[in-house]
Design a protein around this ligand. Structure first.
Ligand SMILES: NC(=O)c1ccc[n+]([C@@H]2O[C@H](COP(=O)([O-])OP(=O)(O)OC[C@H]3O[C@@H](n4cnc5c(N)ncnc54)[C@H](OP(=O)(O)O)[C@@H]3O)[C@@H](O)[C@H]2O)c1
Length: 445
Protein backbone atom coordinates (compact mmCIF):
# COMPACT_ATOMS: atom_id res chain seq x y z
CA UNK A 1 0.00 0.00 0.00
CA UNK A 2 2.94 2.31 0.76
CA UNK A 3 4.17 1.95 -2.83
CA UNK A 4 0.76 3.05 -4.13
CA UNK A 5 0.70 6.03 -1.79
CA UNK A 6 4.28 7.01 -2.68
CA UNK A 7 3.41 6.98 -6.40
CA UNK A 8 0.35 9.18 -5.80
CA UNK A 9 2.26 11.62 -3.61
CA UNK A 10 5.22 11.82 -6.01
CA UNK A 11 2.96 13.55 -8.61
CA UNK A 12 5.31 12.58 -11.45
CA UNK A 13 4.60 8.82 -11.55
CA UNK A 14 3.50 7.80 -15.05
CA UNK A 15 0.60 5.60 -16.04
CA UNK A 16 3.11 2.79 -16.66
CA UNK A 17 4.52 3.27 -13.13
CA UNK A 18 1.03 2.80 -11.66
CA UNK A 19 0.35 -0.18 -13.91
CA UNK A 20 3.57 -1.82 -12.68
CA UNK A 21 2.84 -1.51 -8.97
CA UNK A 22 2.04 -4.95 -7.55
CA UNK A 23 -1.38 -4.76 -5.90
CA UNK A 24 -1.77 -5.94 -2.30
CA UNK A 25 -3.83 -9.07 -1.61
CA UNK A 26 -5.82 -7.26 1.05
CA UNK A 27 -6.70 -3.73 2.14
CA UNK A 28 -8.45 -1.91 4.98
CA UNK A 29 -12.13 -1.15 4.63
CA UNK A 30 -15.13 -0.01 6.67
CA UNK A 31 -17.52 -2.95 6.85
CA UNK A 32 -20.79 -4.20 8.23
CA UNK A 33 -20.94 -7.84 9.34
CA UNK A 34 -23.77 -10.03 8.14
CA UNK A 35 -23.92 -11.94 11.42
CA UNK A 36 -24.71 -8.66 13.20
CA UNK A 37 -27.81 -7.77 11.14
CA UNK A 38 -30.02 -8.17 14.19
CA UNK A 39 -27.79 -6.34 16.67
CA UNK A 40 -30.17 -3.37 17.04
CA UNK A 41 -33.43 -5.34 17.03
CA UNK A 42 -36.05 -3.68 19.23
CA UNK A 43 -34.18 -0.36 19.58
CA UNK A 44 -35.59 2.97 18.40
CA UNK A 45 -33.73 4.39 15.35
CA UNK A 46 -32.13 7.18 17.37
CA UNK A 47 -30.62 4.64 19.80
CA UNK A 48 -28.92 2.61 17.06
CA UNK A 49 -25.24 3.58 17.21
CA UNK A 50 -23.21 3.26 13.96
CA UNK A 51 -20.01 3.07 16.05
CA UNK A 52 -21.12 -0.40 17.15
CA UNK A 53 -21.97 -1.79 13.71
CA UNK A 54 -19.18 -0.27 11.56
CA UNK A 55 -15.87 -2.15 11.64
CA UNK A 56 -12.47 -1.48 10.12
CA UNK A 57 -11.30 -4.80 8.66
CA UNK A 58 -8.64 -6.24 6.39
CA UNK A 59 -10.51 -7.55 3.34
CA UNK A 60 -9.43 -9.46 0.25
CA UNK A 61 -8.86 -7.50 -2.96
CA UNK A 62 -11.74 -8.39 -5.33
CA UNK A 63 -11.09 -9.82 -8.75
CA UNK A 64 -11.27 -7.16 -11.49
CA UNK A 65 -14.00 -7.72 -14.10
CA UNK A 66 -14.59 -6.34 -17.61
CA UNK A 67 -15.53 -2.66 -17.67
CA UNK A 68 -14.33 -2.15 -14.11
CA UNK A 69 -11.52 -0.33 -12.31
CA UNK A 70 -9.67 -0.74 -9.04
CA UNK A 71 -9.12 2.71 -7.56
CA UNK A 72 -6.76 3.76 -4.75
CA UNK A 73 -9.07 5.79 -2.52
CA UNK A 74 -7.48 8.91 -1.05
CA UNK A 75 -10.70 10.16 0.53
CA UNK A 76 -14.40 9.36 0.79
CA UNK A 77 -17.39 10.81 2.62
CA UNK A 78 -20.31 9.85 4.80
CA UNK A 79 -23.72 9.96 3.16
CA UNK A 80 -27.07 9.36 4.77
CA UNK A 81 -27.07 5.94 3.07
CA UNK A 82 -24.06 5.09 5.30
CA UNK A 83 -26.34 5.85 8.25
CA UNK A 84 -29.23 3.75 6.87
CA UNK A 85 -26.82 0.85 6.20
CA UNK A 86 -25.18 1.05 9.62
CA UNK A 87 -28.48 0.93 11.51
CA UNK A 88 -29.88 -1.79 9.17
CA UNK A 89 -32.86 0.42 8.24
CA UNK A 90 -35.27 0.31 6.51
CA UNK A 91 -33.78 -3.10 5.58
CA UNK A 92 -30.42 -4.80 5.95
CA UNK A 93 -28.19 -4.14 2.93
CA UNK A 94 -27.13 -7.81 2.85
CA UNK A 95 -30.41 -8.55 1.06
CA UNK A 96 -29.26 -6.23 -1.76
CA UNK A 97 -25.93 -8.07 -2.01
CA UNK A 98 -27.61 -11.50 -2.10
CA UNK A 99 -29.97 -10.35 -4.87
CA UNK A 100 -27.12 -8.83 -6.90
CA UNK A 101 -25.09 -11.99 -6.38
CA UNK A 102 -27.78 -14.09 -8.08
CA UNK A 103 -27.39 -12.18 -11.37
CA UNK A 104 -24.14 -13.68 -12.67
CA UNK A 105 -20.91 -15.38 -11.59
CA UNK A 106 -19.23 -11.95 -11.70
CA UNK A 107 -21.80 -10.21 -9.50
CA UNK A 108 -21.58 -13.17 -7.10
CA UNK A 109 -18.32 -11.50 -5.90
CA UNK A 110 -20.50 -8.91 -4.11
CA UNK A 111 -22.39 -11.43 -1.97
CA UNK A 112 -20.07 -11.69 1.02
CA UNK A 113 -20.51 -11.96 4.80
CA UNK A 114 -19.24 -8.38 5.01
CA UNK A 115 -20.36 -5.22 3.21
CA UNK A 116 -17.82 -2.50 2.38
CA UNK A 117 -19.79 0.75 2.45
CA UNK A 118 -19.25 4.16 0.88
CA UNK A 119 -20.77 5.85 -2.19
CA UNK A 120 -18.17 8.57 -2.81
CA UNK A 121 -14.45 8.57 -3.57
CA UNK A 122 -11.59 10.66 -4.84
CA UNK A 123 -8.47 8.76 -5.80
CA UNK A 124 -6.28 7.30 -8.51
CA UNK A 125 -7.01 4.48 -10.97
CA UNK A 126 -4.76 1.46 -10.34
CA UNK A 127 -6.05 -1.09 -12.86
CA UNK A 128 -8.73 -1.22 -15.52
CA UNK A 129 -10.53 -4.34 -16.73
CA UNK A 130 -11.06 -5.70 -20.23
CA UNK A 131 -12.76 -3.39 -22.69
CA UNK A 132 -11.87 -0.13 -20.91
CA UNK A 133 -10.42 2.57 -23.16
CA UNK A 134 -11.46 5.85 -21.58
CA UNK A 135 -9.49 5.50 -18.34
CA UNK A 136 -6.01 4.28 -17.45
CA UNK A 137 -3.85 3.66 -14.38
CA UNK A 138 -2.69 6.94 -12.85
CA UNK A 139 -5.83 8.94 -13.74
CA UNK A 140 -7.01 11.13 -10.86
CA UNK A 141 -10.73 10.60 -10.51
CA UNK A 142 -13.89 10.91 -8.49
CA UNK A 143 -16.65 8.33 -8.79
CA UNK A 144 -20.40 8.75 -8.93
CA UNK A 145 -22.45 5.98 -7.38
CA UNK A 146 -24.73 4.76 -10.19
CA UNK A 147 -24.13 1.11 -10.98
CA UNK A 148 -26.02 -0.23 -14.00
CA UNK A 149 -25.86 -3.38 -16.13
CA UNK A 150 -27.71 -1.89 -19.19
CA UNK A 151 -28.62 -5.28 -20.67
CA UNK A 152 -32.28 -4.29 -20.91
CA UNK A 153 -33.67 -1.65 -23.33
CA UNK A 154 -35.30 0.15 -20.39
CA UNK A 155 -32.19 2.03 -19.31
CA UNK A 156 -31.09 3.31 -22.67
CA UNK A 157 -32.95 6.65 -22.59
CA UNK A 158 -32.10 7.34 -18.97
CA UNK A 159 -29.78 4.92 -17.19
CA UNK A 160 -31.63 5.46 -13.89
CA UNK A 161 -34.42 3.40 -15.53
CA UNK A 162 -32.24 0.30 -15.87
CA UNK A 163 -33.96 -2.56 -14.03
CA UNK A 164 -30.54 -3.52 -12.63
CA UNK A 165 -29.84 0.01 -11.33
CA UNK A 166 -28.01 0.05 -7.99
CA UNK A 167 -26.25 2.52 -5.72
CA UNK A 168 -22.58 1.52 -5.45
CA UNK A 169 -21.40 1.05 -1.86
CA UNK A 170 -25.01 0.68 -0.65
CA UNK A 171 -26.64 -1.89 -2.91
CA UNK A 172 -23.28 -3.23 -4.14
CA UNK A 173 -20.11 -4.18 -2.29
CA UNK A 174 -16.54 -2.77 -2.47
CA UNK A 175 -17.50 0.86 -1.72
CA UNK A 176 -15.41 3.96 -1.18
CA UNK A 177 -14.90 3.90 2.61
CA UNK A 178 -11.72 1.86 2.09
CA UNK A 179 -8.15 2.08 0.86
CA UNK A 180 -9.15 0.51 -2.49
CA UNK A 181 -12.53 0.43 -4.23
CA UNK A 182 -14.00 -1.50 -7.15
CA UNK A 183 -16.16 0.54 -9.55
CA UNK A 184 -17.51 0.28 -13.06
CA UNK A 185 -15.52 2.67 -15.25
CA UNK A 186 -18.75 4.39 -16.33
CA UNK A 187 -18.83 5.71 -12.76
CA UNK A 188 -15.58 7.62 -13.20
CA UNK A 189 -15.30 11.38 -13.60
CA UNK A 190 -12.24 13.65 -13.67
CA UNK A 191 -11.24 14.90 -10.22
CA UNK A 192 -11.71 18.70 -9.94
CA UNK A 193 -8.12 19.91 -10.05
CA UNK A 194 -8.44 22.81 -7.60
CA UNK A 195 -9.75 20.66 -4.75
CA UNK A 196 -8.05 18.53 -2.11
CA UNK A 197 -8.80 14.81 -2.08
CA UNK A 198 -11.33 15.16 0.76
CA UNK A 199 -13.05 18.16 -0.83
CA UNK A 200 -13.26 16.41 -4.19
CA UNK A 201 -14.74 13.27 -2.60
CA UNK A 202 -17.50 15.09 -0.76
CA UNK A 203 -19.95 16.42 -3.40
CA UNK A 204 -20.48 13.24 -5.53
CA UNK A 205 -23.66 11.57 -4.31
CA UNK A 206 -25.56 14.58 -2.97
CA UNK A 207 -24.44 16.99 -5.68
CA UNK A 208 -25.54 14.67 -8.49
CA UNK A 209 -28.81 13.90 -6.70
CA UNK A 210 -29.62 17.58 -6.12
CA UNK A 211 -28.74 18.37 -9.76
CA UNK A 212 -31.17 15.82 -11.16
CA UNK A 213 -33.85 16.55 -8.57
CA UNK A 214 -33.83 20.31 -9.01
CA UNK A 215 -32.19 21.28 -12.32
CA UNK A 216 -32.58 18.37 -14.75
CA UNK A 217 -35.66 17.93 -16.92
CA UNK A 218 -35.89 14.49 -15.29
CA UNK A 219 -36.54 16.33 -12.01
CA UNK A 220 -38.17 19.71 -11.38
CA UNK A 221 -36.50 21.49 -14.34
CA UNK A 222 -35.92 24.67 -12.31
CA UNK A 223 -35.79 27.92 -14.28
CA UNK A 224 -34.72 31.50 -13.64
CA UNK A 225 -37.00 33.35 -11.25
CA UNK A 226 -38.47 30.23 -9.62
CA UNK A 227 -39.11 30.31 -5.87
CA UNK A 228 -37.71 27.08 -4.41
CA UNK A 229 -38.46 25.88 -0.90
CA UNK A 230 -35.47 23.83 0.28
CA UNK A 231 -35.83 21.66 3.37
CA UNK A 232 -32.59 21.02 5.27
CA UNK A 233 -30.89 23.74 3.24
CA UNK A 234 -27.52 23.42 4.99
CA UNK A 235 -27.51 19.59 4.96
CA UNK A 236 -25.99 17.21 2.41
CA UNK A 237 -28.56 17.59 -0.37
CA UNK A 238 -29.85 21.00 0.67
CA UNK A 239 -26.43 22.68 0.59
CA UNK A 240 -26.20 21.82 -3.13
CA UNK A 241 -29.86 22.61 -3.88
CA UNK A 242 -29.32 26.07 -2.36
CA UNK A 243 -26.25 26.63 -4.55
CA UNK A 244 -28.11 25.43 -7.67
CA UNK A 245 -31.04 27.75 -6.97
CA UNK A 246 -28.71 30.73 -6.52
CA UNK A 247 -26.50 29.85 -9.50
CA UNK A 248 -29.56 29.29 -11.71
CA UNK A 249 -31.23 32.63 -11.01
CA UNK A 250 -33.92 31.19 -8.74
CA UNK A 251 -34.76 32.29 -5.20
CA UNK A 252 -34.11 29.67 -2.52
CA UNK A 253 -36.29 29.78 0.58
CA UNK A 254 -34.08 27.85 2.97
CA UNK A 255 -35.49 25.89 5.91
CA UNK A 256 -33.02 24.99 8.68
CA UNK A 257 -33.20 24.21 12.40
CA UNK A 258 -30.67 26.52 14.04
CA UNK A 259 -29.09 29.95 13.78
CA UNK A 260 -25.70 28.40 12.93
CA UNK A 261 -27.30 26.64 9.95
CA UNK A 262 -29.10 29.86 8.96
CA UNK A 263 -25.73 31.62 8.98
CA UNK A 264 -24.30 29.07 6.55
CA UNK A 265 -27.21 29.66 4.17
CA UNK A 266 -26.56 33.40 4.36
CA UNK A 267 -22.88 32.76 3.61
CA UNK A 268 -23.94 30.87 0.46
CA UNK A 269 -25.91 33.96 -0.60
CA UNK A 270 -29.46 33.03 0.43
CA UNK A 271 -31.61 35.76 1.94
CA UNK A 272 -34.90 34.00 2.66
CA UNK A 273 -34.26 31.69 5.61
CA UNK A 274 -36.76 30.02 7.91
CA UNK A 275 -35.57 28.55 11.21
CA UNK A 276 -38.09 25.74 11.74
CA UNK A 277 -37.03 25.33 15.38
CA UNK A 278 -37.41 29.02 16.24
CA UNK A 279 -40.77 29.13 14.41
CA UNK A 280 -41.86 25.97 16.21
CA UNK A 281 -43.82 24.41 13.33
CA UNK A 282 -45.83 21.39 14.41
CA UNK A 283 -47.36 19.92 11.25
CA UNK A 284 -48.68 16.85 13.10
CA UNK A 285 -51.19 17.29 15.96
CA UNK A 286 -50.79 13.67 16.92
CA UNK A 287 -49.62 10.37 15.38
CA UNK A 288 -52.45 10.34 12.79
CA UNK A 289 -53.60 13.91 12.23
CA UNK A 290 -51.93 16.91 10.69
CA UNK A 291 -52.67 20.55 11.46
CA UNK A 292 -53.51 22.52 8.28
CA UNK A 293 -53.23 25.77 10.25
CA UNK A 294 -49.52 25.04 10.58
CA UNK A 295 -49.24 24.49 6.81
CA UNK A 296 -50.86 27.91 6.35
CA UNK A 297 -48.50 29.48 8.87
CA UNK A 298 -45.54 28.18 6.84
CA UNK A 299 -47.16 29.44 3.63
CA UNK A 300 -47.62 32.93 5.13
CA UNK A 301 -43.98 32.99 6.24
CA UNK A 302 -42.88 32.11 2.71
CA UNK A 303 -45.04 34.93 1.28
CA UNK A 304 -43.34 37.41 3.61
CA UNK A 305 -40.08 36.65 1.82
CA UNK A 306 -41.45 36.51 -1.72
CA UNK A 307 -43.73 39.52 -1.72
CA UNK A 308 -46.82 37.33 -1.67
CA UNK A 309 -45.76 34.61 -4.12
CA UNK A 310 -45.97 30.89 -3.44
CA UNK A 311 -43.18 28.46 -4.27
CA UNK A 312 -42.78 26.97 -7.75
CA UNK A 313 -40.80 24.00 -6.44
CA UNK A 314 -40.45 22.23 -3.12
CA UNK A 315 -37.18 20.30 -2.74
CA UNK A 316 -38.48 17.45 -0.55
CA UNK A 317 -36.64 14.75 1.40
CA UNK A 318 -37.75 14.85 5.08
CA UNK A 319 -40.91 12.98 4.00
CA UNK A 320 -43.71 12.18 6.40
CA UNK A 321 -43.15 15.09 8.78
CA UNK A 322 -43.16 17.81 6.12
CA UNK A 323 -44.89 16.37 3.03
CA UNK A 324 -48.41 17.62 3.84
CA UNK A 325 -47.03 21.14 4.29
CA UNK A 326 -44.94 20.84 1.11
CA UNK A 327 -47.98 19.94 -1.02
CA UNK A 328 -49.98 22.79 0.54
CA UNK A 329 -47.43 25.60 0.07
CA UNK A 330 -46.62 24.82 -3.58
CA UNK A 331 -48.12 27.29 -6.05
CA UNK A 332 -50.80 26.36 -8.55
CA UNK A 333 -49.12 24.24 -11.24
CA UNK A 334 -45.98 23.88 -9.15
CA UNK A 335 -43.84 20.83 -8.42
CA UNK A 336 -43.01 18.88 -5.28
CA UNK A 337 -39.90 16.88 -6.13
CA UNK A 338 -38.94 14.17 -3.65
CA UNK A 339 -35.95 11.87 -3.31
CA UNK A 340 -36.32 10.57 0.24
CA UNK A 341 -38.36 10.16 3.39
CA UNK A 342 -35.97 10.61 6.29
CA UNK A 343 -38.75 11.04 8.88
CA UNK A 344 -41.00 8.24 7.50
CA UNK A 345 -42.07 6.98 4.08
CA UNK A 346 -45.83 6.66 4.61
CA UNK A 347 -46.76 10.21 3.57
CA UNK A 348 -50.11 11.89 4.12
CA UNK A 349 -51.29 15.02 2.31
CA UNK A 350 -54.60 16.64 1.35
CA UNK A 351 -55.09 15.61 -2.27
CA UNK A 352 -57.56 18.44 -2.91
CA UNK A 353 -54.63 20.87 -2.88
CA UNK A 354 -52.83 18.71 -5.43
CA UNK A 355 -55.49 18.08 -8.04
CA UNK A 356 -57.49 21.31 -7.77
CA UNK A 357 -54.31 23.34 -8.13
CA UNK A 358 -52.81 21.07 -10.78
CA UNK A 359 -49.60 20.42 -8.85
CA UNK A 360 -47.19 17.61 -9.65
CA UNK A 361 -45.33 15.25 -7.34
CA UNK A 362 -42.15 14.05 -9.05
CA UNK A 363 -40.04 11.18 -7.75
CA UNK A 364 -36.31 11.55 -8.23
CA UNK A 365 -33.44 9.24 -7.39
CA UNK A 366 -29.68 9.75 -7.75
CA UNK A 367 -28.68 10.74 -11.33
CA UNK A 368 -27.62 9.21 -14.63
CA UNK A 369 -23.98 9.37 -15.81
CA UNK A 370 -24.63 12.47 -17.91
CA UNK A 371 -26.27 14.31 -14.99
CA UNK A 372 -23.50 13.25 -12.60
CA UNK A 373 -20.94 14.45 -15.17
CA UNK A 374 -22.67 17.83 -15.54
CA UNK A 375 -22.88 18.25 -11.75
CA UNK A 376 -19.17 17.37 -11.35
CA UNK A 377 -18.25 19.70 -14.24
CA UNK A 378 -19.82 22.61 -12.38
CA UNK A 379 -17.68 21.77 -9.34
CA UNK A 380 -14.57 21.49 -11.55
CA UNK A 381 -15.28 24.94 -13.01
CA UNK A 382 -15.66 26.52 -9.57
CA UNK A 383 -19.34 27.33 -10.08
CA UNK A 384 -20.60 24.93 -7.38
CA UNK A 385 -18.47 24.35 -4.28
CA UNK A 386 -17.91 21.49 -1.86
CA UNK A 387 -19.75 21.85 1.44
CA UNK A 388 -17.28 19.89 3.56
CA UNK A 389 -17.48 20.80 7.25
CA UNK A 390 -15.41 18.19 9.07
CA UNK A 391 -13.02 15.37 8.19
CA UNK A 392 -12.49 12.08 10.03
CA UNK A 393 -10.01 9.22 9.66
CA UNK A 394 -11.13 5.84 8.32
CA UNK A 395 -10.94 4.50 11.91
CA UNK A 396 -13.42 7.19 13.03
CA UNK A 397 -16.08 6.51 10.38
CA UNK A 398 -18.51 5.24 13.04
CA UNK A 399 -18.35 8.60 14.82
CA UNK A 400 -18.74 10.43 11.51
CA UNK A 401 -21.88 8.41 10.74
CA UNK A 402 -23.23 9.05 14.25
CA UNK A 403 -22.85 12.82 13.72
CA UNK A 404 -24.93 12.61 10.55
CA UNK A 405 -27.45 10.28 12.21
CA UNK A 406 -27.90 12.81 15.03
CA UNK A 407 -28.11 15.77 12.60
CA UNK A 408 -25.13 17.40 14.34
CA UNK A 409 -23.24 18.05 11.12
CA UNK A 410 -23.27 20.76 8.48
CA UNK A 411 -23.11 20.05 4.73
CA UNK A 412 -20.91 17.01 4.20
CA UNK A 413 -18.62 15.01 6.48
CA UNK A 414 -15.41 13.71 4.88
CA UNK A 415 -13.26 10.65 5.58
CA UNK A 416 -9.53 10.31 4.82
CA UNK A 417 -8.70 6.87 3.42
CA UNK A 418 -5.15 6.64 2.00
CA UNK A 419 -4.49 10.38 2.24
CA UNK A 420 -2.18 10.81 5.26
CA UNK A 421 -3.54 14.26 6.03
CA UNK A 422 -5.98 16.91 4.84
CA UNK A 423 -5.05 19.49 2.23
CA UNK A 424 -3.31 17.26 -0.34
CA UNK A 425 -4.06 16.66 -4.02
CA UNK A 426 -4.53 20.24 -5.31
CA UNK A 427 -3.24 20.57 -8.89
CA UNK A 428 -4.71 23.96 -9.92
CA UNK A 429 -3.69 26.47 -7.25
CA UNK A 430 -4.82 29.49 -9.25
CA UNK A 431 -8.44 28.36 -9.52
CA UNK A 432 -8.37 27.34 -5.86
CA UNK A 433 -7.15 30.77 -4.72
CA UNK A 434 -10.02 32.37 -6.64
CA UNK A 435 -12.64 30.33 -4.78
CA UNK A 436 -11.01 29.64 -1.42
CA UNK A 437 -13.55 31.46 0.79
CA UNK A 438 -16.44 29.63 -0.93
CA UNK A 439 -14.63 26.26 -0.67
CA UNK A 440 -14.12 26.80 3.08
CA UNK A 441 -17.60 28.13 3.87
CA UNK A 442 -18.74 25.08 5.80
CA UNK A 443 -15.47 24.44 7.67
CA UNK A 444 -15.29 24.83 11.44
CA UNK A 445 -18.81 26.09 11.96
N1 LIG B 1 -32.69 9.18 -3.56
C1 LIG B 1 -31.45 9.60 -3.57
O1 LIG B 1 -30.76 9.45 -4.56
C2 LIG B 1 -30.88 10.25 -2.36
C3 LIG B 1 -29.63 10.87 -2.43
C4 LIG B 1 -29.11 11.52 -1.32
C5 LIG B 1 -29.82 11.49 -0.13
N2 LIG B 1 -31.01 10.84 -0.08
C6 LIG B 1 -31.77 10.83 1.18
O2 LIG B 1 -32.17 12.15 1.46
C7 LIG B 1 -32.22 12.37 2.85
C8 LIG B 1 -31.38 13.58 3.21
O3 LIG B 1 -30.03 13.32 2.84
P1 LIG B 1 -28.90 14.38 3.18
O4 LIG B 1 -27.61 13.86 2.72
O5 LIG B 1 -29.32 15.73 2.72
O6 LIG B 1 -28.96 14.33 4.78
P2 LIG B 1 -28.52 15.40 5.84
O7 LIG B 1 -27.15 15.89 5.54
O8 LIG B 1 -28.80 14.80 7.17
O9 LIG B 1 -29.49 16.65 5.61
C9 LIG B 1 -30.90 16.53 5.75
C10 LIG B 1 -31.43 17.78 6.44
O10 LIG B 1 -32.86 17.65 6.47
C11 LIG B 1 -33.35 18.34 7.60
N3 LIG B 1 -34.31 17.49 8.27
C12 LIG B 1 -34.09 16.29 8.85
N4 LIG B 1 -35.22 15.81 9.40
C13 LIG B 1 -36.17 16.75 9.17
C14 LIG B 1 -37.55 16.86 9.50
N5 LIG B 1 -38.17 15.92 10.19
N6 LIG B 1 -38.22 17.97 9.10
C15 LIG B 1 -37.58 18.96 8.41
N7 LIG B 1 -36.28 18.90 8.08
C16 LIG B 1 -35.60 17.82 8.45
C17 LIG B 1 -32.17 18.65 8.52
O11 LIG B 1 -31.92 20.05 8.45
P3 LIG B 1 -32.43 21.05 9.57
O12 LIG B 1 -32.39 20.31 10.86
O13 LIG B 1 -31.44 22.19 9.52
O14 LIG B 1 -33.79 21.51 9.17
C18 LIG B 1 -31.00 17.92 7.88
O15 LIG B 1 -29.81 18.66 7.96
C19 LIG B 1 -31.75 11.07 3.50
O16 LIG B 1 -32.89 10.29 3.86
C20 LIG B 1 -30.98 10.39 2.39
O17 LIG B 1 -30.93 8.99 2.53
C21 LIG B 1 -31.57 10.25 -1.17
Amino acid sequence: MQEILDAILSTDATSADFANIALPESYRAVTLHKDEEQMFAGLASRDKDPRKSLHLDDVALPELGPGEALVAVMASSVNYNTVWSSIFEPVSTFGFLERYGRLSPLTKRHDLPYHILGSDLAGVVLRTGAGVNAWKPGDEVVAHCLSVELESPDGHNDTMMDPEQRIWGFETNFGGLAQIALVKTNQLLPKPKHLTWEEAASPGLVNSTAYRQLVSQNGAGMKQGDNVLIWGASGGLGSYATQYALAGGATPICVVSSEAKAEICRAMGAEAIIDRSAEGYKFWKDENNQDPREWKRLGSKIREFTGGEDVDIVFEHPGRETFGASVYVTRKGGTIVTCASTSGFMHQYDNRYLWMSLKRIVGSHFANYREAFEANRLVAKGKIHPTLSKVYSLEETGQAALDVHQNKHQGKVGVLCLAPQEGMGVRDHELRAKHLPAINRFRDI
